[in-house]
Design a protein around this ligand. Structure first.
Ligand SMILES: O=C(O)CCC(=O)C(=O)O
Ligand SMILES: [Fe+2]
Length: 282
């Protein structure tokens, strides 16, 4: 079912203003529990690195079939198309599992960052302090589904609201420290957080007894480089089905669209003609 634009519009306004939006109750409690019981033994077997992850999720023999619907979830895709246009492609779908850390480190930011394809910090050195831009073309949205509540123990999810529209940068020696503009998000198990690619954010260290999980479906603009390979049996299957029903959206999501540039060029030509027409005295 295609989600209602009316339902998605308030989320779009929030993304524009704050750089993020939350979809409460995106995943059912039962599915969260089922996924956690699939993930626990897989992550227990991983070496205790700083951020164990499984990627590409669609290539995993157990998790691929269990999660393939999430890659093409209609709410995610319809929202991402509102934010970026019908030009979506998968960068990467993965699951991360943060192991428990020493409780003395509770509240410590994991790592302040902007996500892939970010540009907000690029000209920070030549922009006047406090300069703001009204709009940053969206290159990507990070759709994060959390498989537990985010609290003191599991680690709050912290944002710098509005930082997708300014040039705030965080010095490398401050990326593990509190930020004066930080705001914790209220996130329950099964909630989805969608981030603008240019917004500053971080999780906090997990000091609970359990692994802290999230699934990330990172959706970028068609044509950008992508971390996941699309040469996977599940993707081949999805593409065969998509070709059979001429589902351009799905084919484009996995990197196939020979007609997009021509359609965009037509749209640009129309806009340029409108601009010439709008010129005073023309
Ligand atoms: O630790 C978190 O929950 C944040 C995850 C995140 O920012 C990312 O995967 O890009
Ligand atoms: Fe991130």
């Amino acid at each position: 079912m295609t989600p209602d634009t009316e339902v998605l519009q308030p989320h779009l306004s929030e993304l524009k203003e704050q750089g993020y939006t939350v979809f409460p109750g995106f995943m059912s409690a039962q599915r969260v529990a089922d996924l956690r019981s699939l993930l626990d033994p897989l992550f227990a077997a991983k070496p205790d690195g700083s951020r164990p992850k499984i990627r590409p999720l669609l290539g995993h023999e157990v998790l691929g079939p269990a999660c393939q619907d999430l890659a093409l979830d209609p709410t995610m895709l319809s929202f991402a198309e509102l934010a970026m246009g019908p030009v979506l492609q998968l960068d990467s779908i993965e699951v991360s599992g943060f192991p428990a850390r020493d409780p003395s480190r509770r509240g410590e930011p994991e790592l302040w960052h902007r996500d892939h394809f970010h540009v907000a910090g690029m000209y920070a050195d030549v922009t006047p302090p406090g300069a703001r831009k009204p709009y940053t073309p969206r290159q990507a949205v990070n759709c994060l589904i959390y498989l537990q509540e985010m609290n003191e123990a599991t680690g709050h999810f912290l944002m710098v609201p509005g930082s997708h529209l300014d040039y705030t940068v965080i010095d490398p020696d401050k990326v593990h420290q509190r930020h004066p503009r930080q705001q914790p998000l209220t996130v329950a198990a099964g909630d989805m957080v969608i981030l603008h690619h240019d917004v500053l954010h971080t999780g906090c260290l997990n000091t609970s007894q359990e692994t802290r999980y999230f699934i990330s479906n990172y959706i970028c603009r068609f044509g950008l480089p992508h971390r996941d390979t699309f040469d996977l049996p599940i993707v081949h299957q999805l593409m065969a089905e998509a070709r059979a029903r001429n589902d351009r959206r799905t084919m484009r999501f996995f990197g196939e669209d020979d007609d997009l540039l021509r359609r965009q060029e037509e749209a640009w030509a129309r806009m340029a003609a409108e601009d010439r027409h709008a010129l005073a005295g023309a």
